[in-house]
Design a protein around this ligand. Structure first.
Ligand SMILES: [Zn+2]
Length: 136
């Protein structure tokens, strides 16, 4: 019974994967142009780690280790340069410039005596005639 259920589930999963996959990935291009470079970078880092690990285990000779490490570092430098180039070319900094917020102009100058508002600075209030600036 359990085996039968397992089989049914397995078939359902396979059918689901086969049924969903083709339309699930309509665009082969990743959303971010940096994604494949990031992946390559991660892969190189991983290779470097593995290399170091194997070297420590004594699986690699000094020469092999140095040569492979140099190759990987060269590859890494190339990937990093490519990322830089793309970033510069796109002109998009890490934080995309937010659309300039419309800064509301100051509501105007308010008469301290009556509260009337004026778009420009006045010596005397147009409403009540009292001096607009206390300093004067
Ligand atoms: Zn006033």
């Amino acid at each position: 019974m359990i085996i039968a259920i397992t089989c049914v589930v397995a078939i359902a999963v396979i059918a689901f994967i086969l049924g969903v996959r083709p339309k699930d990935i309509p665009e082969p291009e990743p959303v971010s142009p940096f994604q494949h470079l990031d992946e390559r970078k991660a892969a190189i880092y991983e290779n470097l780690r593995d290399l170091q690990f194997e070297y420590r285990l004594g699986k690699l000779s000094d020469d092999d280790y140095q040569a492979t490490k140099k190759d990987l570092q060269k590859e890494l430098a190339r990937v990093l340069a490519e990322v830089d180039k793309m970033k510069n070319a796109s002109g998009a900094p890490a934080t995309p410039a937010a659309p300039a917020k419309v800064v509301k102009p100051p509501t105007g100058f308010v008469c301290p005596s009556c509260g009337a508002k004026f778009p420009t600075a006045l010596k005397f209030c147009g409403e009540c005639g009292k001096p607009m600036r206390l300093a004067q």
